[in-house]
Write a protein that binds this ligand. Structure first.
Ligand SMILES: C[S@@+](CC[C@H](N)C(=O)[O-])C[C@H]1O[C@@H](n2cnc3c(N)ncnc32)[C@H](O)[C@@H]1O
Length: 357
């Protein structure tokens, strides 16, 4: 069976690398990584992986030049084997250069077909009644339809611990991608001087503790039939390296503290201007998401200069990995900054930049 890990275009290599650490070889395609896995494995990966935004099981793929052909394709899926007969089914259709163009009509028809397929005389009493909707995605590209089931049921960046939010929070799985690109594996100090709601340090602390990135949330795959419910065991790094965050906005610091408490991790958060940040050890890593500012960005440019000065004055021997919406901002941090990746964050093109101080 094929499976697909979705991620923002530009970060596919990070997801591929995380899969590799879990013993799964995948192939990068635009917007994700395709790999071989059965539903049980995908369900375990969904509760374990940090970097993807979605994990999909591809149930069937084939030509669908007409609504009838699409119906025929959907009927080939052994729905009852995976989905509870009483589950609510949500269907989303995307179509590109294909004869089946009316996405809403196709989605409604597909929903009916799946419900038909799920009908039967049995609903074993011992199976708990389903609570969550199952999300079916149908992607039709050049008249070839791929029908997938979303293991999370909701985007995987929704970890369940970040309920206190502030302006412009970074998606948690993107924070995990930055930590990955910074090559930080819990073995040295980590500092985020623009921590906002604390996303990056909290993700880092969960990684260092060897815990899955999720707090209280549910997964659609929890309700798939006949699968074991354990997650893949992740090995703790647990070196006790200090992890900290700071921000000049006091309410953000309070939000970060509340989120860390909810995630059950120990992170030190302080109310500080970026110019006042201090290293928390030697040869650590700064991983951060500075403000992007207005479209012209004029107002935030000095913030990048202050950040660069603080690094040069006090963080010798450290590495910094940060997002920047403009190469000149990155140059204000350090003229030797090197771009590691680029992607769109909330529709804004951003680079992931690295500096060796
Ligand atoms: C893009 S947000 C970071 C969001 C964060 N990664 C999160 O997930 O919530 C940028 C943060 O930088 C902070 N900031 C802006 N200028 C600052 C400065 N001069 N010193 C410290 N923090 C600053 C803002 O208060 C804001 O929280």
């Amino acid at each position: 069976m094929n499976a697909f890990a979705v991620i923002h275009p530009g970060l596919e290599g990070v997801v591929q690398a995380e899969l590799a650490t879990l013993g799964v070889q995948g192939e990068v395609v635009g917007g994700g990584v395709r790999f071989e896995a059965d539903a049980a494995r995908v369900a375990r990966l969904a509760r374990t992986m940090r970097t993807p935004s979605q994990l999909l099981v591809e149930l069937v793929s084939g030509t669908a030049k007409s609504p009838d052909q699409l119906t025929g394709l959907l009927r080939r899926v052994p729905w009852k084997a995976l989905v509870h007969p009483l589950a609510k089914i949500d269907v989303e259709v995307t179509s590109r250069q294909s004869a089946v163009r009316f996405r809403d009509v196709a989605a409604r028809a597909a929903g009916h077909t799946i419900k038909e397929c799920l009908k039967g005389p049995f609903v074993p009493d011992k199976e708990p009644r389903p609570q969550l909707a199952q999300q079916v995605q149908i992607r039709i590209d050049n008249d070839v339809a791929t029908v997938s089931l979303d293991a999370g049921g909701d985007l995987l960046h929704r970890r369940g611990w970040r309920t206190d939010s502030v302006k412009a929070p970074l998606r948690e799985n993107l924070a995990a991608c930055l930590i990955w690109l910074a090559d930080w594996r819990g073995d040295r100090p980590l500092v985020d001087p623009f921590c906002g709601s604390g996303t990056i340090p909290i993700e880092a602390a969960l990684l260092a503790a060897g815990r899955p990135p999720f707090g209280r949330r549910r997964f659609a795959c929890d309700e798939w039939r006949g699968l074991s419910r354990e997650a893949i065991r992740v090995v703790p790094v647990a070196t006790g390296a200090p992890i900290s965050g700071s921000d000049h906005h006091a309410p953000s610091v309070l939000a970060a503290q509340a989120n860390a408490q909810r995630a059950g991790v120990k992170v030190s958060f302080r109310h500080l201007q970026v110019s006042d940040i201090e290293p928390t050890g030697v040869a650590g890593t700064v991983v951060t998401n500075p403000p992007y500012g207005s479209r012209l960005g004029a107002s935030v440019a000095p913030v990048y200069s202050h950040f660069g000065r603080a690094l040069r004055e006090r963080f010798s021997g450290w590495t910094a990995v940060f997002l920047s919406p403009q190469p000149d901002f990155a140059m204000r941090v350090d003229r030797g900054a090197e771009r590691l990746a680029h992607f769109k964050n909330g529709g804004i093109p951003v680079g992931v930049w690295a500096v060796r101080v």
